[in-house]
Design a protein around this ligand. Sequence first.
Ligand code: SAM
Length: 305
Amino acid sequence: MGVRPLPRLPAVRDLIKLYGLSAQSQLSQNFILDKNITDKIARCADIGPSESVIVEVGPGPGLLTRSLLDLGIENMVAVEKDSRFLPTLSQLADASDSRLKVIQGDMLTVQHDDILKALGLTIPQTKIKQVHILGNLPFSVATPLLAQWLGGLSARTGIFASFETSMTLMFQKEVAERIVAPVSTSPRGRLSVAAQSLCHTNLVYRVPADSFVPRPKVDAAVVHLVPLRESLLKVTFPELEHVSRFLFSSRRKTLRRIMKNLDSEAPAVLDQCQMDGNLRPQDLTNEAFNTLARAIVDSKLTLPP
Ligand code: SAM
């Protein structure tokens, strides 16, 4: 990736003042105005060779966007819901020599085809193999966005159909810790099993609340997710989510007790897959969790919705 620095631009802090871009809490707007921090997040992404493209979610006033462009990224699209940021982002797009495209929209509903169109990519001709989703995510939609992307990755839909798609995402610290939580630790839960069944997960950077303007109530952390060569799923992703919701809703109970509460015959499923019924859901490895999910789905037991 050849480094093509951006021309000198007004400071993001000044643009915020100039355009009156006060943060709106309903859009989870907490900005990072320190370039050392956004540079570090951009480097955490460990962006691969020149064929990589970046999808940035929620660029806001665009300092992280600048850090990414400073790395020499050639193809980048930024999806921002709040139209107030469009003037500053278009300025940045102009300064980037067309390396940056901007879509105004909600990342939860934006069509992935529109992202590819904005990038000028035609499949299957494109030589590009990797897409990297990156962002200081709006905390209010960070978990639904991750669930949607993991679903897309498992079913190979949208941008996950044609590209290897890694993600570097900022979450509230507690959510980040849940995503990467190892077996038998207290943060381990549904999100850990869902993410780790599909991706290598790594918490790469803790970002204190003081780094944001306005200061949120909690610290944040950046998680790097790289799809596993082969997913651990033995059921569909929605089925795994359903089993996971059921088991983790009784995380203090043993598996035998949880199953027995469902149906007096249900503990037999544990024996069928040689699962230790004295374990609790958070004690299962990702592989064991998927094995149990398969057995539960095959058993035709009816789980609560
Ligand atoms: N990237 C900027 C930074 O690091 O300073 C802003 C981060 S701020 C935490 C989250 C950004 O996501 C805001 O700009 C907000 O308007 C935007 N946003 C909120 N919900 C969104 C959604 N559903 N789709 C796209 N962007 C969204």
